[in-house]
Design a protein around this ligand. Structure first.
Ligand code: ATP
Length: 292
């Protein structure tokens, strides 16, 4: 028996850091939404109890360092599952890009194994389990659009934002999320995003207010490490983007536009500069899709 699960990328419409906690995590407030750039996770039942993994990208780990593998081990141990699984990840989301590719693969694995191993867990239970793997995994279990608080695991579901086009561009550098957080001076943050205003923009489906409410406190940290991120932002703005922001800890930058004609202009301008450029839409659904 085999099932395939979609693992969509996310972008941050806002990312705020409120405090550094005594447990070492950061207290965050983030508005995130899934987009239609996705990995595919194929799960094939193994009766011998083994967990194995292959990935189309050879540089992604295929052992316990892989978030999807971790998800399978956690689920098998927690629910004392006798069966195993072979996982294949068709990697489409750029790695170490601020798009939560690894977290989304883990979330897709949890959703898929819940079916394959007939565990009957609720989505809320899967999200709680996901928090043990990584801070972005609970959001990825639900998908859609949400406000994430705490260290990212406290999720409030939001409506669908105003429809628009999103152009993603990733410069050819990988960014380590722990490095970026390590270089952040929480007391010195001056560019906190207007999170409440973003929530209003989403509720009212107000595209212009959404563009004006974008903000990410990690942007300056990553910009100082990778100047290409600033160049991409400037190129997007000069090509007519309505809103521009770096996602997560970067280095991927996205542009929001409503007019289709602008999409081509921005895409063409970026393609002369970086190889990884994608035109995507936000996903409306609040739960990840199981393909077959
Ligand atoms: P986030 O936005 O959640 O910080 P990211 O998009 O910046 O995530 P990932 O693509 O998840 O970053 O990769 C971060 C690291 O995790 C990489 O160094 C990679 O080796 C490792 N990793 C573990 N599992 C996976 C996976 N399934 N896909 C991609 N990377 C993975």
């Amino acid at each position: 028996m085999r099932i395939s699960v979609k693992a969509p990328a996310k972008i941050n419409l806002t990312l705020d850091v409120l405090a550094k906690r005594p447990d070492g995590y950061h207290e965050v407030e983030m508005v995130m939404t899934t987009v239609d750039l996705a990995d595919r996770v194929d799960l094939t039942l193994r009766e011998d109890g083994e967990i194995t993994l292959d990935c189309s990208a050879s540089f992604v780990p295929d052992d316990i360092r892989n978030h999807a593998y971790k998800a399978a081990v956690l689920m098998k141990e927690r629910y004392q599952v006798r069966q195993g699984v072979h996982m294949y990840i068709d990697k489409q989301i750029p790695v170490a890009a601020g798009l939560a590719g690894g977290s989304s693969d883990a979330a897709a694995t949890l959703r898929g194994l819940n079916q394959l191993w007939k565990l009957g867990l609720t989505t809320d239970e899967l999200a709680v389990l996901g928090a043990e793997i990584g801070s972005d995994v609970p959001f990825c279990v639900y998908g859609g659009t949400a406000l994430a608080k705490g260290r990212g695991e406290r999720i409030t579901h939001l409506g669908t934002p105003a429809p628009c086009w999103i152009i993603l561009a990733k410069p050819p550098v990988g960014v380590s999320t722990p490095d970026v957080y390590g270089n952040l001076r929480v007391q010195e943050i001056t560019n906190h995003p207007p999170t409440k205003q973003m929530l209003q923009a989403i509720e009212r489906q107000d595209f212009s207010l959404m563009c004006h409410s974008l903000g990410n406190v990690l942007e300056n940290v990553t910009l100082s490490m990778h100047p290409q991120v600033r160049q991409i932002k400037e190129l997007m703005i000069s090509s007519g983007a309505d809103g521009v922001l770096m996602s997560g800890s970067g280095p991927t930058v996205f542009a929001l536009v409503q007019k289709e004609a602008k999409v081509h202009r921005i895409y063409n301008a970026l393609r002369g500069f970086v190889k990884d450029v994608y035109v995507v839409r936000m996903l409306g659904a609040s739960e990840g899709e199981v393909l077959a």
